[in-house]
Write a protein that binds this ligand. Structure first.
Ligand code: SF4
Length: 228
């Protein structure tokens, strides 16, 4: 464990408790320089937009699992083309075909935790090992598992600082930021998908339903393991 990074995270979390997302990202850029990376699911471009303003040229990581909707890939490409960011497209060690050959077809339907470990968690950890701090778009109101998310945390598993600058944002806050700043939005959001992951593991949800209820629906799974 790095006591320095742990202490740094705890002190900054206290000092920046009431800071805006922009101020948190500006502090991160100043503190970590190029050793800062922002993760983006491309459900919308809000986090890359915020990061691009605070840290032009910042690395933005997309986990390209091989199972994404075409709309998500399109959002990724549009965000990369229109913002001053450096997109890092991380792919799993195996293609979908190679995984099928080793583990059998459609591993996601039989062992979704294993599939997420191979196609999301391993590529994430591999890329993060080159940085000191990472930024996520996790918001507290998204799920009970995210309710205690701190804006700045020490990620003991990876010995990194983990920043969640929009943790306190409500859906209204996010929608306002998107509207006010002309932020790109994944078109699936207008088609019944308020939370967007891999195509085989994401279902439409009815208006008013828990936005994340369409993720791994019926599989007893609510998180892919990136934040747990
Ligand atoms: Fe596999 Fe589904 Fe996880 Fe994507 S979300 S990595 S398809 S189990």
């Amino acid at each position: 464990m790095s006591t320095d990074l742990k202490t740094l995270a705890e002190e900054a979390n206290e000092r920046l408790a009431d800071a805006s997302a922009q101020e948190v990202l500006a502090w991160a850029r100043e503190t970590f320089g190029d050793e800062l990376v922002v993760t983006a699911s491309m459900a919308d471009g809000a986090l890359p937009h915020l990061a691009a303003e605070a840290a032009p040229g910042v690395d933005v990581l997309f986990l390209d699992t091989g199972y994404h909707f075409a709309e998500t890939i399109g959002t990724r490409d549009a965000v990369a083309a229109t913002l001053p960011i450096n997109l890092i497209n991380a792919t799993p060690k195996q293609t979908v075909e190679e995984q099928d050959a080793e583990y059998g077809k459609d591993l996601f339907a039989r062992e979704p935790d294993k599939c997420c470990a191979l196609r999301k968690v391993e590529p994430l950890n591999r890329v993060l090992s080159g940085y000191k701090a990472w930024v996520t778009g996790v918001r507290r109101e998204e799920a009970p598992t995210r309710a205690n998310t701190q804006v700045i945390e020490y990620d003991a598993k990876r010995d990194m600082v983990k920043l969640n600058p929009i943790a306190p944002w409500t859906q209204d806050d996010l929608d306002s930021y998107i509207t006010d700043n002309g932020v790109l939005v994944n078109l699936l959001q207008y088609d019944g998908y308020p939370s967007i992951g891999c195509a085989p593991c994401t279902q439409r949800v009815a208006p008013g339903e828990d936005p994340r209820s369409g993720r791994w629906s019926g599989q007893g799974k609510t998180e892919c393991g990136l934040h747990t």
